[in-house]
Write a protein that binds this ligand. Sequence first.
Ligand SMILES: *Cc1c(COP(=O)(O)O)cnc(C)c1O
Length: 386
Amino acid sequence: MSNWIPYGHQRIEEDDIQAVSEVLRSDWLTTGPEVEKFERALADTCGARYAIVLNSGTAALHAAYFAAGVGPGDEVITTPLTFAATANAALYLGARVVFADIEPGTGNISAAEVEAKLSSRTKVVAPVDYAGHPADLDNILASAHSAGAVVVEDACHALGGRYQGRPIGSIADLTVFSFHPVKHITTGEGGAVLTNNPEYAEQIRSFRTHGITKQKQSVDENGPWFYEMRELGYNYRLPDILCALGRSQLSKLHSFISRRKAIAEKYFELLSDTPGLILPTVHAEADPAWHLFVVRTKNEKMRRPLVETLRAAGIGVQVHYIPVYWHPFYQENRDLWDGNCSQAERFYRSCISLPIYPGLDDPDVEFVANTIKGFFEDDSWSIERG
Ligand SMILES: *Cc1c(COP(=O)(O)O)cnc(C)c1O
């Protein structure tokens, strides 16, 4: 598999390894000085007051929904074109998921569809910045707020992206990132919530460590050993070892994003006149972080043979995503969700994620583009090309 080109891959360098080794030689393995340093660096990079790191993006979503007050009887509106965790985290808290359809150009949740599904039961609206293209945040924030709902932006694809020139992480009420290896920076597993709201930040800090605080509140006890548990939290802490890796990776975010942008530009240049293919839409207010580069076949029937052709050539393309509610768990638990989304289903049937990551070089990008062009030029598909 040495010639295999995956759709995404981490970039770990000597200085990352050095940063981790230093922590391993220090006194702290879990909650030590690296946690706060990584949080400070993240908050500064994203223009937010607070960053709270957790041990996965999923834990970060769970904590953000918790801070927003999600509970039984509430509804969380999100897109079906996402990783299951965006919806699952609402179910963890006993809420129902209401799926709102997408706009097909970007694959992002449609602000008009969100508006149509808002109700007095809506506690959270959770747009996903699909592929790294910021969602229609101004419109979503305005309609959510007027309905009394909180916006939790699932920005697991969008670290380093901008919307109207503002960094992702500084805009929504709460913004969630993931540091899984296919994302922009990695800690192996890891995630974060960013917010400007001190109460949300405090609740998330408590939630990630069992709901325990050292601040004396209600228990009539005293002494240097004192702590109390105020709510039912979890162990969602990100260890010092991984925070050191995260901070080292974050220092390279700018160069990682530049390379992703250059690859996206090259795909646009090489594939723009390929009949049969639809390239991603980029809105004027958006500066995408290009987590994914998702193309669609004009003819749904061409998706599968194109995927097979690319894979046979050693190109590990993927499909993002099977609509969340198509998964057996959601199909078998119809009471937990609402909303079939025809645009998201159509998008899924034609989409392919092409390789994009900092270590992908120009000859690889050209090879991918040429293989796609060759596929559409191949006569044996001419009947379906019509
Ligand atoms: C990766 C991802 C998550 C989950 O992050 P983990 O760190 O893997 O738990 C959630 N939502 C989206 C859109 C993602 O891409």
